[in-house]
Structure formats: C-alpha cells, structure tokens
Design a protein around this ligand. Sequence first.
Ligand code: NOJ
Length: 559
Amino acid sequence: MGKWWKKAFGYQIYIRSFKDSNHDGIGDIRGIIEKLDYLSYLGINLIWICPFFESPMDDNGYDVSDFYNVSGDYGDMSDIKELIAKAHQKKIKIIIDLILNQTSDEHHWFQESRKSKDNPYRDYYIWAPPRIIDGKQTEPTNWASFFGGSCWEYDQQTNEYYMKIFSRKMPDLNWKNPKVREEIINIAKYWLDLGIDGFRLDAVAHLGKSELIDSTYQTSEKYKPEWEKYSNLPIVHDYLRELNQKVFSKYDIVTVGEVGGRALVEDALLYVSPKRKELDMVFNFDHNWCNNGWNRKKGEKLKINVPLMKEIFNKWQSGLQGKGWNAIYWLNHDQPRVASHYGDSDYFQESVKMLAVCMYFMWGTPFIYNGEEIGMTNPKFKSIDDFKDVSIHNQYRINVLENKQDPDDFINQVSYSTRDNARTIMQWSNEEYAGFGKAKPWNMINDNYPIINVKDEIEDENSILHFYRKIIDIRLNSEYNNVITFGKYQQLAKEHSQMYLYLRQYRGKKILVICNLTCEKVKMDELGYKIKKIILSNYERKEVPFEFASYEAIVLEVE
Ligand code: NOJ
C-alpha cells in the first residue's frame, strides 16, 4: 500500500478551542467543517483532531465514557460523517485520537468493574488491595501519577485501589486482559470503517505496567516519579503488534504513537522499524524543554539552549533516518506555545519565522498545532481560576492548599509549562471573542487577539501566516518536495554555538538550511557550497548575507 503520509503536512486541532459554530462557547465539529476552506488555503493535507467522544470532560475528552459516540458538546455522528466526506473532497485526510490507556470512571465498563470483585468487568482495570504499613492503610505502591499525587485511587465499595496514572477520573485499562484488547480493536475498526485515515495513539507507551513493587527513587516526594515503572516496557510492543496485525495492516492508514517522556531513540526504533510491524511514527518530547525555563528567576527572559537543541535534533534525525519514519512538530495541546517558549518578543516575527524554518525543513512528517501558524503566544495567567487543566488543579491542591506554597509563586512557576498555554481560544479575527463564536468562550482569549489573528494576517503578505503557507507549499508542491521528504539529513557546523545548519540531499538535489537561533548577529565564513538559489528567507534576502541577522533563517538550493 502507498505511503501517502510521508508526503503529508499535518495540522492538529484542539476542537474545544477551535471554532464554535452553534454559539454555545465551545468549539465543535461543524466549526471544523466551516474552517475547511481555511485549512485548504493554508495548504495542509492532514488533520489530527483531539478527542470528540462522549466524556465528562475531566481531561477535555481524554477521559472517554463512550468510544462509539460523539460528545453533545461537539455535535453528533452525522457531523463527523459530513466532516470526513467534506475533508476528503478537499484532499484532506483525518486522523483521530485512539485513547487506549484509560477510560473515564463514568464509562460503563468501569461502573461495572467497581461494583464487585467478581464482576465480569473487574479485570478490565487494574485493581489491588491496600497495604498496611506501620498500622496504616496505604496505596499498593508508592508510584506517582503524571497529574500529581499517587497513581492509585481508593474505592470504598470493594475496599481496593484502582490504578490511574492521570486523573482520578481516568482509571487505567488492564491490557493484560485479552478482552480489553479485543474491545480496543473493535473501537479502532469502527472508526476506520467510518472512513478516517488513521490514529494518533494516545499515551501508548504506558500500556504495560511493571510488577507492583515500590520505587526506590531517593526523592523527597511521597509518591515517586519513576515513570519507567509504566513506560515503554517490552510488553507494549506485543500489544502493538497485535493491533497492527488485526487492524492497522488491513487499512491504508497512518499511525502515530505518543511515546514522549523519557523515550530514547532506541525505544522509538522499536516502535517504528517497519519490519517490526507496530507503528508508522512516534512523537517524542525531547526537544520540548530546551531552554532556561525550569530554573529561570522571576522576570528573566526565556532563552534557547542552543547546544542542547542542536544535539537533540541531530540525535533524532540521524538516529531514525533509514530505519523508520519520523514525526516533527514544535508543540501540541500539552505544551506551551512555541512563539513564547523559544521565540523572542523583541524579534517576534523574525524569531517565529526562523523557528518554522528550523523545524519544517527537517526530515519527517510535520504537524503544526492550531494557532502556531499565526504566531499565537502563551496568555498571562493571573489567578488559579484562569487555569482549566485538571493537572494544574491537582498540583495546586497539593502544593498550595496542603503544602502552603505561596500562590503567586505557584502561578509563576506553572505558567511557563502549563498545558493551558496551548488551549486558549483560536484567534480568527479582531472581532468580539476573537471571531471564535458569538457566546463567551469556555476558556481564556489571549489579550493580543486584536493584533495576532487569522483575518489580519491573511491581509498582510509579510505575516507569519503567509510564511507558514510558503513553507507548506515548498514542502508539498515545489520541485523540492522529494528532497525535503526523503533527503538525507546531515548537520553541519556541529560545534557552532549559535547557528543551526543542516543539509538535505536526494538524487543530486541539495538544500541547505541555515538558522541563527540567537538574537546576536553572526558572521560566517565560506559555507562550502555553491549557491544556486535562495528558496526562502525570513529577511527577504536577495543574496546570502555575510553576516546573519538576529534569528535569521535562510533556505538555499546548493551544489
Ligand atoms: C496525552 C494527551 O496528549 C494528554 O492531553 C492527556 O491528558 C493524556 N495523554 C491522557 O490521555
């Protein structure tokens, strides 16, 4: 079967914040249908839509209560069918989240499971009895949850704990149980038969759990963040091969696994080596935290850690090429906005355009995140009420309410990294509610929507939006399509402390990408290649400069 996805350019939609068609303050499926023309104009040919299934929305839909139905917040099955048909007419493929690690506690499997120890659904989830330590009842292990606190929740009804590595309303499925695997296989088939073109496999690295033995991590926290206890264990690959054999291999689709956290290139290769028949590509998180963010002092500017970022790019590009496929992206709904995270507000346009060049001429299928293409930024959080993310509220309870951290300190600390950064309302225009809908939206709108919005950027040919359109067009439709898709990646000037340079070459065609990752100007000697053409420049250069300006990026055809 053809590998259409190698020539795809993906666009991720966080449905709740994207476009509200029925003016109830919540983005919806018909909102996406309304914006298909815009997506065609942007030039992408693949969308990944975040979960729209029935859900109590504890974690905005990653807590599913019915995998076979659409949440009333977002529309109904006929809307989804219409979206698939209309997107396909425009040659846009659609992938959706396959949520395999957990359900909502309101899913009927869990409602049954918690009733009694001999309920037929008991083994759909991971239950364990309490331990008694120093005369006190305690959790089955001391493992932490990603969202704060223990990864276990006590359930009075049967006097046992269930595992939940995310929120307490998201019990983990027991993948050891073949019936659970069968259920997920049926869910996947159902959506594929409806016409979708593949899946982003949510939290797939965590399907296997190790023996229930305490972590010996020496940390001050009560619950130990030893994620290896439930990340990338060998058994996950058995589960994926089964899914591949029974479902994925039967359709012409793409599968992208979320295997971030501490996954290494070696781990990734196990997921994406074609001969292993598991997944087509994976998202890793390595490049997401290459700045001074975690340790910065209040008011200090964020700055890219250039050597680290270069090393990470090189490691993943060189490590996977020729052995499997790659997915490239700057952010998703779990990360801060790239314009704030790695961009420089003093050189906003330049730095944001440079970052786009830096990423999207590399090797792998690109995924941009809604709003990235117009340079949307992190909002300003003033109080805990500005946050919607369940994990922030959990941490607030533990750190501020229980452990008395100063609330302002807490907000300052989490503002840098919170997932809420990416979830503010999509900025369509400078009209009321940023053109999202006619009712007050469910989440914050960034104050800068009168300046940063789609409508104004369409009218300004120097905008970030037009620059993204150019990149997408060069990547998909120009004579450089093959070299960008398949070309060998080679990093140049490896030791340079400011510049990131890489060469892509394929069947005699070569392109050279040059990015200044800093605000300081950089003189560069002979590049070592004969320049044939300037393909793209964020400073609109007609000639290659001798001195590169702040955050300058240039893409050259060379020989
Ligand atoms: C990863 C998703 O991207 C995130 O948003 C979600 O909270 C967890 N998986 C749990 O499904």
